[in-house]
Design a protein around this ligand. Sequence first.
Ligand code: FMN
Length: 381
Amino acid sequence: MRAASVLDYRELARRRLPNIFFEYIDGGSYSETTLARNVEDLNAIALRQRVMRDMTSLDMSVEVLGQTLALPVGLAPVGMAGMYARRGEVQAAKAAAAMGAPFCLSTVGVCSVEEVARDAAPPWFQLYMLKDRGYMAELLGRAKAAGCPVLVFTVDLPTPGARYRDLRSGFTGSSGAAAALRQALDGLAHPGWMWDVWAHGRPHSLGCVEGAVAQKGRRVTDFLGWVARNFDRSVTWADLDWVRQTWDGPIVIKGILDVADAREVVRAGAQGLVVSNHGGRQLDGVRSSISALPRIVDAVGGDLDILMDGGVRSGLDVLKALALGAKACLVGRAWAWALGAGGEKAVAQMLNILRAELAVAMILTGCTHARDAGRDLLDPD
Ligand SMILES: Cc1cc2nc3c(=O)[nH]c(=O)nc-3n(C[C@H](O)[C@H](O)[C@H](O)COP(=O)(O)O)c2cc1C
């Protein structure tokens, strides 16, 4: 099947990846109500069609955190991408760099920040607040030394949400011979993945937290166990001062849904925030990101750069988010599916699809400059 849309990459990834990884990417928490809302609420927004305007020249570039992005889209931090394709973070970062889009490396990426910076380009770096502050400081130093221009500090994961699909698939909570056999059979049923990732994509560690986990007999799940034990639920806004003292570049706070929290982000002196519910993977039942966006833009849009993620599956969705005040969108599953479907080439094609769809949406709404997109692009009724 040739992919024509982002959702086609989902189907291709479903075929190519072992079930545990497909379900890990695809799933949300609890009954996946918020995951569905993210998509449904974007679909429900009507763009306003305008015709007979000269749309010969389109400018999709936007300014975010002092950088010019060629496309108002970035790749959100997604854990363990190196298990979806060989050295997956490097492949995705290359595709993003070729498009002029930022790639944000997850704390729990397979490739280290040094590997991504060396083999692709210095990524934005995403960090969770970990109990081990010494290790965090070391990570921030590594990200700085690797040339990362932006720190994305994720605040909506003081503890992981329950993801039923991961339990059912055996990705979490299973051990012993029966589980190992099931995983081996899952892998063997996907020979393309076995060849690419299992045989040629090693080491299968988490490059940024490698030093924290004992060497002997470790597996990817041992790293995840370490991270899960190290999430810090005592963290408050005061701890952000510590991060600011340790990191002198721009900081973006990811995981804001509430206006009061958005005001705290401004008070804490961050340069940006991401309106996000972690792609519906944390507190199920909360509102969609797109429905939270306008009120946050109204409250603090003049004080810092606002990005959004959650449910973006097309270039039309990107324009809807821009119209509601986001400077740019991040996509999570869209690039993870594409990476799983076909590596760097597929991520590049997926970004091209988003760009082409955005162009059509801009032409038919009469929007010549992405940076000027406003609520007048939406149907008022
Ligand atoms: C498989 C997967 C892994 C993720 N890992 C991380 C992570 O390590 N750090 C983080 O801040 N967000 C993580 N996220 C959340 C994304 O950054 C983003 O908020 C979310 O995917 C956006 O929703 P979307 O997938 O509908 O685009 C992850 C999301 C997925 C789907």
